[in-house]
Design a protein around this ligand. Sequence first.
Ligand code: SF4
Length: 319
Amino acid sequence: MRAYVAAPRGFCAGVVRAIETVEFALQRFPPPIYVRKQIVHNRSVVKEFESRGVIFIDDLVEVPPGSLVIFSAHGVSPEVRAEAQARGLRTVDATCPLVTKVHAEARRFASRGFTIILIGHQGHEEVVGTVGEVPGHIQVIENADQIEALVVPDPDRVVCLTQTTLSVDETDSLRRLLGSKFPRMVLPAKEDICYATQNRQNAVKKLVGIGIDVLLVMGSPNSSNSRRLCDVAKSLGITAYLVDCPEDIQAHWLEGAERVGITAGASVPELLVQRAVGLLEQFGAQVEEVPGPAEEILFSLPEEVSSSLPNLSGSESVA
Ligand code: SF4
């Protein structure tokens, strides 16, 4: 058996920034550090931070007034920011800048009287945050049936934005359908599906191109971009398994497979990939990496935790 490891895979710039934000907060601020929602959608990352005292909460009411709370990489709505302020919380925003870009687009188009059609998964934290930027001006769709049912105030003033972690191919097809329904529909100047999502999906297509029989995708069940990697393989006729931790890999999945692909969603630490690769080697696999484009994007840390600021004590405001 041969194992082909995709590149690029694993951490993207937004995830690195979010994780480093928590790391720096742990170093700079007195405990406890609260994080609203999972900082990134990966169970092992969250567990690791929990073991170091970080408290993950779903609702700001769980945070005592005056405490420090970090907003996750998926972004928050203005309502959440206002609630934090009203409760006297100190905040650090680890929203990925590429999510912030979509928020800004939504606000800009809404202020010009456009209806925003957001392709995305209803209830996903990123979608909730984007919708919260422009309530009353935005409708979320995730399939063709919902396009049929769409009614907008002015069909000539419609813009299509998307969640950052969707399947590129499925989104293209939904955008084409929307374009047929709203011929004057506008698209943002720059694609909303982020570079990391696109690169990881292209890397899966490359593995499929070299003839893998099965694909293992490292990623947690609530990770949108990881699940989309499975979808890409499945849409090309390849069996794919989403694997939260390497110990979940079942030997029978690999029975009869001569070529096994392996990749990881944007929130998955490389350590987990290497442990999975080690298991494949134990099953007798010869492992090789399939190269892809280098990713050199880096985002600067939120200024509240960047090194240019002095250490802050518990009573000082950081945001
Ligand atoms: S997957 Fe894309 S949008 Fe999400 S954190 Fe990474 S770079 Fe940002």
